[in-house]
Design a protein around this ligand. Structure first.
Ligand code: BG6
Length: 489
């Protein structure tokens, strides 16, 4: 039996035949079952409103499991056990009468987890119907992103949910918070005095956060075009990473202590406006180019594209945090589709020593760097300066890594997908890894002013070739400050 105790529940997945549920959520539940982390009495209830028979839908869920769980990890007895937990119910999410059947399936005393993998516009309606069916008092609701597309619309969604569910039963997903290395960032910062004493403007010169994707829009043009890279990635994933790096140490690991500290960072972000809109931010849109040596179309030539769109597929920006810890330490954020590789990493650049005593030509490499790699090859590496070995080398310096590669170090352990951890934490009733209402709202507030500035300027996004690191001006953004993006080739 697993060492973490998890209460039994009915896990109801609204939007069970959608892409997210089929690719990520069912495989994550299967993996939890495989790791013995689901209580024997836990049931999984797939809810959708698509036409088709129950048998067809269950067969489709099973087929997707076979496809999305890595080969070798489908174990026949586990699969059988998992499928025995699974049932399907046809529900029109906005029809109150359809929830009676749901209430019957849940039974009178089971804890219900209601995961909304549906458009946010129906979250309020689902909550109301859960309440009418007498289920709300024993339900935790899980909300997928995007929650709104600006501050006002996100408030509408949050307020609609709050009419029926108090904040301590609302779990807002940002799947980056479930990634192994993001968890490790907290351990690294707060379990090692070595880092924490250096974690400020006295020792750190700047921070880089890159989340690059090799893929383009992959059949999601309609959704993506209304959002763009700022709303899709910066408002949530990159700002969450920034908060975890920049926040003060919380007084304990409780959800609210951590979230209080993150909110302080969001409130301290300097708005980007006026001249900053042209010097501190770059919007880009990919044009045709190459990915893995093969020609690929530009954003405006993708399937179902509107050739007039000025939605950005790339953003680079310099964020400044107005507080004592980070005064004068820029955070450079960069994220885009159709980049040369899939890479998510944070690089903390430490300042040079106060007085330099080595040969002048070696000075450029000086400065320790802490590299936190989220994907691929999860791990943490600290680049330190040492002396080249050998009698004939004199005091020749070299920058080398002190390295902790998670898959090499813990060979036996599979690195779990972010959703596995997040689903488990909901079942355990632990809100640490979920985003509180005010965090979402402060993040929107900061992004909204940026979007308003873009709108006012009317500037089109800068083109960049698919397979490149973004528009040239994103390089100028950082070189203007006498720096460069770490490791770009
Ligand atoms: C999602 C975005 O939140 O994150 C997608 O909507 C993006 O556009 C995805 O592709 C990236 O997640 P990951 O875990 O693959 O880095």
């Amino acid at each position: 039996m697993a060492s973490i105790s998890v209460e039994p529940c009915t896990f109801a997945l609204f939007g069970a035949l959608g892409d997210l549920a089929l690719r990520k959520l069912f495989p994550a539940l299967y993996q939890l079952d495989r790791a013995d982390l689901l209580h024997a009495d836990t049931r999984v209830l797939a809810l959708a409103r698509e036409a088709g028979s129950v048998d067809e839908h269950l067969a489709s869920i099973e087929a997707h499991l076979q496809e999305f769980v890595p080969a070798g990890q489908i174990e026949a007895p586990v699969l059988q056990r998992f499928l025995a937990r699974l049932s399907y119910l046809h529900v029109d999410f906005l029809k109150a009468e359809d929830y009676q059947a749901l209430a019957e399936r849940v039974g009178s005393d089971s804890q219900l987890i209601a995961y909304f993998a549906t458009p946010a516009a129906v979250y309020g309606g689902i909550c109301e119907n859960l309440d009418k069916a007498g289920l709300s008092a024993r339900t935790r609701v899980v909300l997928e992103k995007p929650i709104g597309h600006d501050l006002e619309s996100s408030r509408r969604v949050n307020d609609a949910v709050a009419q029926f569910f108090p904040e301590n039963r609302v779990y807002r997903i940002d799947h980056y918070l479930g990634k192994e290395t993001v968890q490790n960032l907290i351990a690294l910062r707060f379990a090692n005095s070595l880092f924490e004493t250096q974690w400020n403007q006295n020792s750190i010169s700047h921070v880089e956060i890159t989340v690059a994707e090799k893929v383009g829009i992959e059949g999601r043009w309609g959704y993506f075009d209304k959002a763009g890279q700022l709303r899709d990635m910066i408002q949530n994933h990159l700002l969450q990473l920034l908060c975890l790096i920049a926040m003060d140490p919380p007084s304990d690991l409780s959800a609210d202590s951590i979230r209080d500290e993150k909110v302080k960072v969001l409130k301290a972000l300097a708005p980007i406006k006026g001249e900053g809109l042209s010097t501190q931010v770059v919007r880009g849109q990919y044009i045709a180019g190459y990915s893995e040596g093969k020609p690929v179309p530009g954003y405006l030539e993708e399937d179902n594209a509107n050739a007039q769109s000025d939605t950005e597929t790339f953003v680079a920006l310099r964020a400044d945090i107005r507080n004592w810890r980070w005064a004068g330490v820029p955070f450079y954020l960069r994220t885009g589709k159709r980049m040369p590789q899939k890479l998510s990493q944070i690089v903390i650049h430490f300042k040079e020593t106060p007085h330099y005593i080595f040969a002048p030509e070696q000075r450029l490499q000086i400065g320790n760097k802490l590299i936190i790699r989220l994907q691929p090859d999860e791990g943490i590496s600290l680049r330190v300066m040492t002396k080249e070995q050998g009698l004939d080398k004199g005091m020749q310096l070299r920058s080398g890594p002190l390295q902790l590669n998670f898959s090499d170090t813990w060979r036996s352990a599979r690195i779990p997908d972010a959703y596995e951890r997040l689903l488990l934490e909901v079942m355990r009733g632990n809100q640490n890894l979920f985003v509180r209402k005010d965090e979402i709202e402060y993040a929107w507030k900061w992004c909204d002013q940026l979007i308003a500035g873009w709108k006012q300027s009317g500037d089109a996004p800068k083109p960049y070739a698919a397979g490149s690191w973004g528009p040239m001006s994103s390089i100028a953004l950082i070189t203007r400050d006498g720096r460069s993006w770490y490791g770009d080739i």
